[in-house]
Write a protein that binds this ligand. Structure first.
Ligand SMILES: [Zn+2]
Length: 190
């Protein structure tokens, strides 16, 4: 089932997700609906807050992206596409110190792209849908998608990384998203 995407600035996007306690059929159904919704909207990640549920649960699938990703399990590189989709369930992250700028979009901010500093690599501790602990290290685009979704689970949004100055430049875009109107491209603004 394709679910409705919650748009900025619905307050649920600011709520830290509650931990998943039951690894039951309901969770598997939610996972299935969120994967279908993410694919329909051509996203690479979707957090529970974005479909109206404040939970520690997100789905990630970077297999449609041409931007390189890496995945290490037990310190060994594995083919990324064989491990998609990934589920972030009650996840914890360890960030590497080195950062790079990532140009990101978000399904809750249709049409908006902004630059966000992200760690090049992350170590992830999470669970699978059966409640089994999973540990892996991600790099490249996968690391960025995981950090973006992890932030959603904490009630944090990518616009929070902008300086007051940068925020001014997208003020009108944010107002349009709030009103449910398409944002103007840079060309249309000129
Ligand atoms: Zn997002």
């Amino acid at each position: 089932m394709i679910l409705n995407i919650i748009l900025y600035d619905n307050p649920i996007l600011r709520i830290k997700g509650k931990a998943i306690e039951a690894f039951d059929q309901q969770l598997k159904d939610l996972a299935s609906d969120m994967l279908e919704t993410m694919a329909f909207y051509k996203g690479v990640g979707l957090a529970a807050q974005q479909i109206g549920k404040a939970l520690q649960f997100a789905v990630v699938d970077v297999s449609s992206s041409k931007i390189p990703s890496s995945l290490l399990i037990g310190g060994k590189p594995v083919p990324v596409e064989e491990h998609m989709p990934l589920f972030l369930i009650n996840p914890t992250l360890k960030y590497t110190r080195s950062k790079e700028i990532s140009n990101e979009g978000c399904l809750s901010f249709p049409g908006l792209r902004i630059d966000v500093p992200r760690s090049k690599r992350v170590e992830v501790n999470t669970f699978d849908l059966n409640g089994k602990p999973r540990k892996f290290e991600a790099g490249g685009f996968l690391a960025i998608a995981i950090q973006h979704e992890y932030d959603h689970l904490q009630g944090k949004l990518f616009i929070d990384y902008l300086s007051a100055e940068q925020r001014k430049t997208i003020k009108e875009d944010l107002e349009r998203i709030k009103r449910g109107e398409p944002i103007l491209s840079n060309k249309d603004k000129e």
